[in-house]
Write a protein that binds this ligand. Structure first.
Ligand SMILES: Nc1nc2c(ncn2[C@@H]2O[C@H](COP(=O)(O)OP(=O)(O)OP(=O)(O)O)[C@@H](O)[C@H]2O)c(=O)[nH]1
Ligand SMILES: [Mg+2]
Length: 390
């Protein structure tokens, strides 16, 4: 499957940059392309300069709103991010058509941090524009949820996140939710954490996108997972995860038909599946998913139908309500990997929490504002009879 990726704002731009890097890896390691174009859209010129893999020309690193922000960002005001995108949407749509392989795009993926200003405001507007322009293509969002400490310290965090999520839900075909807090490693600095998080966020897409693009028969599985399967799975709130189980150098001495060899393969499969569930991009209950998909990637002699079925059964036991699609991908040497997607999630607690908290914030803000107006009224009342010099 081939994606055209557009990163909005700093967070979105950096993750789009990580996708551009992933495409380079697919090209070098596997001779295939999984991204038809990677773009960054921002109101901040410095953020655009900090990218590494997205082409540096103005058609790939797209500066918007320079008249309103002088190239310094919108300072977390996501309404301004939306307004600027509305005004300059055509410029963005024209720029993304330029890559040579544009017409091979299976779907668009737009990326942004929900708590910021530019990305949070731009992503729903741009999604809507693309939806109108490319009626037949799916438009997906990948939205990054803020760290816990940002929710405590920064007043706009909850409001921006809630407005971004609601608007995205109304226009995007599916929204990958990524919770920054899930990826925090205490021992790293914030900057290292962000770079590491971005790598981890895009990693599950590698095999998922590559599997359907393979041309050589030896890399095509018994059940190939292609763009059609992925598109059929992705709907509404979505999470993605990736699990790995190492295959030991030491091979079982009694051959592959021995029951102990089979048991250890099954164990590896189950362990990778457990890992994928633990590493989902947002903590959720698999029984809330209406659709699911898994891709098993491993050396061909590690995979058999029993293993694929057992992994499917173990997923069915927890994703009880889901229509499950699956595929196998004979790739890799020393590990068995599982990519897991849970989609059409109902009751995403974290998302509902943002909506509830935002409504509370708005009403307490109104009360405060009305209180201020009363005080102001009080002063006017008090000096009404004092003569003015003006
Ligand atoms: N995972 C990840 N999150 C990031 C990154 N950069 C920023 N964020 C998160 O994104 C949110 C802030 O959004 P930004 O992308 O910085 O904001 P912006 O869209 O550039 O908007 P303005 O700077 O207000 O114009 C916060 O929750 C950050 O924690 C990144 O590289 N990776
Ligand atoms: Mg910014």
């Amino acid at each position: 499957m081939k994606l055209l990726v557009i990163g909005c704002g700093q967070c979105g731009g950096r993750i789009a940059d990580a996708f551009a890097r992933l495409n380079g890896r697919a090209h070098v390691q596997r001779g295939i392309e999984i991204i038809t174009g990677a773009f960054a859209v921002n109101t901040d010129i410095a953020d655009l300069s900090g990218l590494s893999f997205i082409k540096p020309d103005y058609q790939h690193r797209i500066l918007i709103g320079s008249q309103k922000t002088s190239g310094h960002g919108v300072g977390k005001i996501n309404e301004l991010g939306s307004e600027i995108t509305r005004e300059e949407g055509d410029k963005i749509l024209d720029a993304i058509k330029t890559p040579r392989h544009f017409h091979e795009t299976d779907a668009f993926l737009l990326v942004a941090g929900a708590a910021g200003g530019t990305g949070s405001g731009a992503i729903p507007i741009l999604t809507q524009y693309l939806k109108e322009r490319y009626v037949e293509k799916p438009i997906y969002n990948l939205i990054v949820l803020p760290f816990k400490h940002e929710e405590r310290v920064e007043e706009r965090t909850i409001y921006n996140t809630a407005t971004c999520l609601k608007s995205a839900y109304l226009v995007a075909d599916a929204i990958f939710l990524v919770d920054n807090q899930r990826y925090v490693r205490k021992e790293f600095s914030i900057q290292d954490n962000l770079a590491k998080i971005n790598t981890l966020v895009v990693e599950p897409f590698y095999n998922l996108l590559c599997a359907g693009e393979e041309k050589k028969p030896k890399y095509i599985g018994a059940k190939m997972l292609d763009a059609g399967d992925i598109i059929q799975t992705l709907t509404g709130w979505t999470v993605i995860g990736y699990g790995t189980s190492q295959i030991p150098f030491f091979r079982f001495p009694f051959g592959t038909s021995h029951f102990r060899d089979k048991t250890s393969k099954t164990q590896r499969g189950n362990q990778a599946m457990d890992d994928a569930i633990t590493e989902l991009s947002l903590k959720c209950d698999p029984s809330d998913a209406k659709r699911a998909l898994y891709l098993l990637s491993a050396p061909p002699d590690e995979m058999n139908m029993t293993l694929i079925n057992e992994i499917g059964n173990s997923l069915k036991r927890i994703a009880t309500e889901a229509i499950i699609r699956s595929g196998d991908y004979p790739r890799g040497k020393r590990s068995l990997d599982i990519t897991l997607v849970l989609s059409e999630l109902i009751n995403v607690r974290k998302v509902m929490g943002y909506f509830t908290k935002a409504i509370q914030h708005i009403s307490s803000y109104r009360q405060r504002w009305e209180g201020l107006e009363d005080e102001h009224g009080g002063i006017e009342e008090a000096f009404r009879d004092i003569p003015s010099l003006l």
